[in-house]
Design a protein around this ligand. Structure first.
Ligand code: NAD
Length: 471
């Protein structure tokens, strides 16, 4: 039986943008395995030169790639352009990351002679991408993996294959062949097959916690496989004493509603000191009321587009109703102007009084507000989640920030900054359900190669010093 085609549609219009057959996973893996030895044997300088050429190819295709990302994800065109810039910038960050984190070292020891430390690639790596940043986030795995000497099978999200295809072509046009950086379309079934395949040496994943856990479970008996998991968050922003109310409100709105809340680092819970609550929440609401949500190419440009599809919009609507019917108080209702399309307005709901707030990632424009009385309560509330991706303190003293930094359980802890837009020049990753301690960004070099220790001497030289009978 032939497999069902993958079809990708524009969220803003419902129009089809891409259609194609899912890959044959066995074929993809055997092609990759054949290509790997020659790629790994290339000098590092050649691999670096080729990824720099890739950056140039992306520059040439910037307009087409941005337009396709905007159409396929629904994000505004200006934001799709920013994503393309992130793709380009990733190349130099990865080159620096590889050089600094996997540099060769020689250690001289009187006992053991010279000890060399060098790194080797894992082999064939499967990169499984999400839909919200369909070029930048897979690319954040692909570029460091290639530099380190791995070959890559890139399976884009089934919701964004068109963007992934342009990205893949840029690699291929740069001289990195379609066997070294392979584009392999598919959905969860192909993802599962890649994860389980004997010929795949590692899985570099960005997506939801549920999928990440399924991958981890599948590979629980395979310690030989590299698994890097970048997953979701239920991130908190704490607003404490600050005279800069408008700035605080702006940080909250940007963090909650950029990309229509479809960012792993989006602020989901705004934790506010009681004495600031009324003033801050009214600023947050007033600013949210002014946000334009619309189609990616609208003029004037929207702040945010639709969510990815009608199923996601239905799920978010249900979640908002759940919060409302379990003690949440709406500050700004979730509105869906046209039931046939996944446009949602920004929504704000006070969930302070809810007894058991569901600790799930609501991947859309829903911001929960929680009122607290003291700083310890704010920190406890920040950590009141199994996730641990991003947390920000806005306002407060340096001493309070130190306390927040020391106690907030997250891989990204900021002061007076948004939770979103993490710098890929730094590690990007989380703890708890947000990741498995293999951050991407600058640190991606760590999971793309393994260190090899080698005691080395030009000639064998050895003696047994004790426990020998007289010759
Ligand atoms: P998803 O988990 O649904 O899918 C991600 C990828 O995994 C897709 O390519 C999909 O086909 C594949 N997949 C699905 N089921 C699989 C399985 N059982 N085995 C193997 N592969 C499988 O994620 P999504 O909805 O595309 O992306 C949104 C999620 O990604 C959100 O949870 C968001 O927080 C997270 N995310 C995390 C980061 C980060 O850096 N931590 C960044 C962006 C997005």
């Amino acid at each position: 039986m032939s497999k069902a085609e993958i079809v990708s549609c524009e969220p803003a219009t419902g129009a089809e943008i891409w259609r194609g057959k899912p890959c044959d996973v066995d074929d993809a893996v055997s092609r990759a395995r054949r290509a790997w030895p020659a790629w790994a044997a290339q000098p590092l300088s050649t691999r670096m030169e080729l990824v720099r050429r890739f950056a140039n190819e992306v520059r040439k295709e910037a307009e087409k790639l941005a337009t396709t990302i905007a159409r396929e994800t629904g994000k505004p065109l200006w934001e799709a352009h920013a994503e393309v810039e992130l793709v380009i910038n990733k190349v130099e960050i990865s080159i620096r990351g590889y050089a600094e984190r996997t540099s060769q070292r020689k250690l001289d020891s009187a006992l053991q002679g010279t000890m060399a430390v060098r790194h080797k690639p894992h082999g064939v790596l499967a990169v499984l991408g999400p839909y919200n940043y369909p070029a930048h986030l897979p690319n954040a795995h692909i570029v460091p993996a290639l530099i380190a000497g791995n070959v890559v099978i890139f399976k884009p999200s089934e919701k964004a294959p068109a963007s992934g295809e342009i990205l893949a072509r840029c690699f291929n046009r740069a001289g990195i062949s379609a066997a070294i950086m392979q584009f392999a379309v598919g959905g969860p079934a192909e993802g599962q097959a890649l994860v389980a395949h004997e010929g795949v040496d590692g899985v570099l994943f960005t997506g939801s916690a549920n999928t990440g856990i399924a991958i981890n479970r599948r590979l629980a008996t395979r310690p030989d496989k590299m698994v890097a998991l970048e997953m979701g968050g239920n991130n908190a922003m704490v607003v404490w004493d600050t005279p800069k109310l408008t700035d605080a409100a702006t940080l909250a709105v940007q963090s909650a509603f950029a990309t229509t809340g479809q960012r792993c680092t989006a602020t989901r819970r705004l934790i506010v000191k009681s004495s600031m609550y009324d003033a801050l929440v009214s600023e947050v609401k007033a600013l949210s009321d002014r946000l334009i949500f619309g189609a990616p190419f609208d003029d004037p440009a929207p702040f945010m587009g639709p969510v990815i599809d009608n199923m996601a919009a239905d799920g978010l609507t249900e979640s908002f109703l759940y919060l409302l019917s379990h003690g949440g108080k709406a500050i700004k209702h979730l509105v869906r102007p046209d039931e046939s399309l996944p446009f949602l307005s920004p929504a704000i709901i006070d969930t302070t009084a809810m007894k058991d707030r569901p600790d799930v990632e609501l991947f859309g424009p829903i911001l929960q507000v929680i009122r607290v009385e003291d700083f310890d309560e704010a920190i406890a509330e920040t950590n009141n989640t199994r996730f641990g991706l991003a947390a920000s303190l806005v306002g407060g003293t340096p001493q309070e920030y130190n306390k927040f930094w020391a106690n907030a359980r997250a891989g990204i802890v900021n002061w007076n900054r948004a939770t979103v837009n993490p710098s890929h020049a730094a590690p990007v990753g989380g703890i708890g359900l947000s990741g498995n301690h293999r951050p991407t960004g600058y640190y991606a070099a760590d999971y793309c190669a393994y260190p090899v220790a080698s005691g080395e001497m030009e000639q064998p030289r050895a003696m047994i010093g004790v426990g020998l009978k007289q010759a």
